[in-house]
Ligand binder design. Structure first.
Ligand SMILES: NC(=O)c1ccc[n+]([C@@H]2O[C@H](COP(=O)([O-])OP(=O)(O)OC[C@H]3O[C@@H](n4cnc5c(N)ncnc54)[C@H](OP(=O)(O)O)[C@@H]3O)[C@@H](O)[C@H]2O)c1
Length: 262
C-alpha cells in the first residue's frame, strides 16, 4: 500500500478532474467511501487515466448503517458498481455500530475478501478494545486500521494496538483539516527545511510507519503533499512535533457513536 494516498471526501469542484490531477501527480493510492458519494468520480478518473488498474491501490468503506450481513454485501456490490471495478484493494468498515453484533459484521467483511471483492480488509474509527474484538471475531486477518491522526492528536495507544495486531495504521485528517497551518513550532521546522507545514506533518507520520491520505482540491497542494520522500526529520524534530498533542485535538469525534471510547 503506497504510504501517501489521496483523500476524496468533500472535494470542492469536479471530483473526477481532481482525482485525475492526483493520479497525474503520482498518487497510486486513492481513498474513497460509499458515504462520500465520490466513488463514481473516482472510477471515472481511473478509467480516463493511463494508469493500469493493478497499479492503483483503491480503498472504499461500508457505512455504519449497512453493517448487517445482507446490507453489507449489497453495499459492497454497489460500491464496486459505482467504481466500475471487479475488486477493491482495501475494504473498510467505516464506523463501528454497537447496535449490530460485531461478529456478524466481521463475517460479512471476511466474506467480501473470500469472494474476491476485496484484496485486503480492515476497520476505521475503532478504538483499542473494539480492535481487539474485531481481530478476535474476524475469520480473515485484518490488514489496516484507519483513524484520525495528526500532530494535535495523541494516538500512542492505538498505534501500540496496531503493532500488536500487525496492522498498518492509516491516518485520516492528517493535516488536521488545516488547523495547524499557523503553528509556530511546525512553522519554524518548515522554514528551516524549506518545506511546507503540510509536508512536515506528513513526514512526521511517515517516520512513524503511518500511512496518510491527505485531501486537497488544489493541484499545487496535491503535488506538494506527495513530495515528502527526499528528506528526513531528526529525532529532536520528531519529538518537538509529538509534543504538540492537545487533549481537545480530535476533529472527527466518534465518542457520541460508541461507548467506552478511549
Ligand atoms: N475513515 C473516516 O472516518 C474518515 C474521516 C475523515 C476523513 N477520512 C479520509 O481522510 C481524507 C483526509 O482527511 P480530511 O479530508 O478530513 O482532511 P485533511 O486532509 O487533514 O485536510 C484537508 C484540508 O487541508 C487543506 N490542504 C490540503 N493540503 C494542503 C497544503 N499542502 N497546504 C495547505 N492546505 C492544504 C485542504 O484545502 P484545499 O483543498 O484548498 O487544498 C483541505 O481544506 C478524507 O478526504 C477521507 O478520504 C476518513
Amino acid at each position: 500500500m503506497p504510504a501517501i494516498g489521496f483523500g476524496t471526501s468533500s472535494l470542492s469542484g469536479n471530483t473526477a478532474e481532481i482525482v485525475a490531477a492526483a493520479l497525474q501527480a503520482g498518487y497510486r493510492h486513492i481513498d474513497t467511501a460509499w458515504k462520500y458519494g465520490s466513488e463514481r468520480a473516482v472510477g471515472q478518473a481511473l478509467r480516463a487515466s493511463q494508469v493500469p488498474r493493478g497499479e492503483v491501490f483503491l480503498t472504499t468503506k461500508v457505512s455504519h448503517e449497512y453493517l448487517r450481513a445482507d446490507d453489507f454485501a449489497r453495499s459492497v456490490d454497489e460500491s464496486l458498481k459505482n467504481l466500475a471495478v471487479d475488486y477493491v484493494d482495501l475494504l473498510l468498515v467505516h464506523w463501528p455500530n454497537e447496535a449490530i453484533p460485531l461478529a456478524e459484521t466481521m463475517g460479512a467483511l471476511a466474506m467480501s475478501k473470500r469472494r474476491g471483492l476485496a484484496r485486503h480488509i480492515g476497520v476505521a474509527n475503532f478504538n483499542t478494545s473494539l480492535l481487539d474484538h474485531a481481530s478476535q471475531h474476524c475469520p480473515e486477518p485484518l490488514a489496516v486500521l484507519q483513524a484520525e491522526y495528526h500532530p494535535y492528536l495523541d494516538q500512542t495507544k492505538l498505534l501500540a494496538a496496531c503493532r500488536r495486531h500487525e496492522l498498518i495504521f492509516t491516518a485520516f485528517c492528517p493535516l488536521a483539516r488545516g488547523r495547524m497551518f499557523n503553528d509556530p513550532v511546525l512553522g519554524a521546522i518548515a522554514r528551516r527545511r524549506g518545506r511546507t507545514i503540510a509536508q512536515i506533518a506528513l513526514r512526521w507520520l511517515l517516520q512513524q510507519n503511518v500511512a496518510a491520505i491527505p485531501r486537497s482540491s488544489n493541484p499545487q497542494r496535491i503535488a506538494e503533499n506527495i513530495d515528502i520522500f527526499d528528506f528526513a526529520l531528526t529525532d529532536h524534530e520528531m519529538k518537538q512535533i509529538s509534543a504538540l498533542k492537545k487533549s481537545d485535538g480530535r476533529i472527527a469525534n466518534p465518542a457520541g457513536r460508541v461507548s467506552g471510547w478511549d
